[in-house]
Design a protein around this ligand. Structure first.
Ligand SMILES: [Zn+2]
Length: 179
């Protein structure tokens, strides 16, 4: 089932999401619906607040177009920069909740990622890097009410200010924050 995606200006995107308790079949079904929604929108990651559920659930699929799908379902994900030599890496990001804006964001290059999968097993990945690190950091930010546009340079913010303002206004007037 394709779910509606909340966009910039929706208040749920600014809320801290609640931890998930038991992994129920309903939650796994929700995760699969999120994956379907993400694939349809050509995204690589989606967090539950984006589809109107303020819970700590994220889906990710970093497979390239020509590759087979490789979905990951992450309940209660935790992501922390690895200690030691771990310089920030700057790369372009976009977000299904902030359409038409692509800007560079600096993030830690290596992270410690852990989460509970759909079978209830805790998975622990040390030194995750590249797209997985970036995507996990972006999605866990969503669970904490943070958007990538909060982290961009002053110049990029200025350049996109009118687009952001327009989106925020549309969402307030349409009152779709409860989707
Ligand atoms: Zn996003």
């Amino acid at each position: 089932m394709i779910l509606p995606i909340n966009t910039y200006g929706s208040s749920i995107l600014r809320k801290k999401a609640e931890p998930v308790g038991e992994i129920t079949p309903e939650l796994v079904e929700l995760a699969h619906n999120m994956l379907e929604t993400m694939y349809k929108a050509n995204g690589v990651g989606l967090a539950a607040p984006q589809i109107g559920k303020s819970i700590r659930l994220v889906v990710i699929d970093l497979a390239k177009e020509e590759e087979e799908r490789d979905p990951i379902i992450l309940f209660n994900p935790k992501v922390e920069p690895e200690e030691g030599d771990n310089p920030l890496v700057s790369d372009e990001e976009g977000c299904l909740s902030v359409p038409d804006i692509w800007v560079k964001v600096s993030r830690p290059g290596k992270v410690h990622l852990s989460y509970t999968n759909e079978n209830g097993e805790r998975i622990d990945i040390r030194n995750a890097e590249g797209k997985l690190a970036r995507c996990a950091l972006h999605e866990v930010d969503h669970l904490n009410g943070i958007l990538f546009v909060d982290k961009i340079s002053v110049a990029d913010k200025a350049m996109n200010a009118s687009k952001l303002k327009r989106m925020a206004k549309e969402n307030q007037s349409s009152g779709n924050s409860a989707l």
